[in-house]
Design a protein around this ligand. Structure first.
Ligand SMILES: [Zn+2]
Length: 320
């Protein structure tokens, strides 16, 4: 076979590629997956690693998820602060992929973990401060050393970060797949404009309830709160630890009475009947879903989850 033939064969194959050679992309959690799906619209679809309903703080990789990592040319993830268990699989399975940690990406605004939210009601919390334990049950491979001393990883709940990441995602994909660079950029610009408009709606909607005190399930929401000027009073769970014990919940109920807490927000995976029973007539009960777990994974999930958060806060804090 002559060199010339190999060269022309390469050219022929190269010419056949555009449109067919969508890069294989994997994303860690549903909100990140949604942003990537939005940027890839018209080219391909990313794989989702942490399935709906699973906690990113502790999840055991399934074979299909491992295979998606193995196939990936590009991996987008928040970083090991959110999913410490995912660091090794990314290294071993996606070693040849381009891996982008969004928490460290240009344009992200990153907040340090806050300590104040868990306040003093911690008598029964000897299991507290292991941020990366599973939210349901304990997780022995948790990396306790990362707890509370780094960046708060729940950064996707600031829509401004989502907008910045759309640009990062489009840029990375364009590098891997230059033929579709224009489409990636256009998708990212359009999605960022949609999110920006949503932010304006939400800011207007939440303006009336900004000063209403509330409790959250776990301290995951400071990015959203900082963006929209809300001020929570406390969190039921310390860090991302296991469910709060009865003594802590009772102490929080006393605090709720003393501080005039209007609302207690749990999350979809938490047994909220327990909270409703404890807080009863002291405070209203709402649900915040930081992962958009009631929505099907896909491009529409991100705006839907931000919209849901705003609706839950406006309804419960507004007393409607
Ligand atoms: Zn969390």
């Amino acid at each position: 076979m002559t060199t010339r033939f190999i060269l022309s064969l390469g050219l022929v194959l190269g010419c056949a590629a555009p449109g067919m050679a969508a890069p294989q992309v994997a994303a860690d959690i549903a909100p990140v997956h949604a942003l990537v799906a939005r940027v890839m619209a018209g080219v391909g679809a990313p794989a989702l690693i942490v399935p709906p309903g699973a906690s990113p703080h502790g999840h055991a990789l399934r074979p299909s998820e491992a295979a998606a990592l193995d196939r990936a040319d590009v991996v987008f993830w928040i970083g090991e602060g959110l999913t410490p268990w995912l660091e090794d699989p990314i290294e071993t399975l996606a070693g040849d992929a381009h891996v982008i940690e969004l928490l460290g990406a240009g344009g992200s605004s990153v907040l340090a973990f806050r300590e104040g939210l868990s306040f003093a009601a911690n008598a029964d919390d000897d299991h507290g401060h292991d941020d990366h334990a599973a939210e349901k049950g304990h997780d022995d491979h948790a990396h306790d050393d990362h707890a509370h001393d780094g960046a708060d990883p729940h950064a996707w709940l600031d829509p401004a970060n989502a907008r910045a990441w759309l640009g990062v995602i489009a840029g990375e994909l364009a590098e891997r797949d230059p033929d579709n660079a224009t489409l990636y950029a256009a998708n990212a610009t359009e999605a960022a404009a949609e999110i920006k408009a949503l932010e304006a709606d939400i800011a207007a909607r939440l303006a009336a309830v900004r000063d209403v005190p509330y409790l959250v399930y776990h301290d995951a929401y400071q990015y959203f709160e900082a963006r929209f000027g809300l001020v929570p009073t406390g969190a039921l769970a310390l860090g991302d630890a296991a469910d709060p014990g009865p003594a802590r919940i009772a102490a929080l109920r006393d605090l709720a009475r003393a501080e005039g807490i209007a609302c207690v927000f749990t999350e979809p995976q938490f047994n909220s009947a327990r909270v409703a029973a404890v807080f009863g007539d002291t405070a209203r009960h709402g649900v915040l879903d930081p992962l958009g777990s009631r929505h099907a994974p896909g491009a529409a999930l991100y705006p839907a989850l931000i919209e849901d958060m705003a609706a839950a806060l406006a309804e419960c804090l507004g007393g409607r």
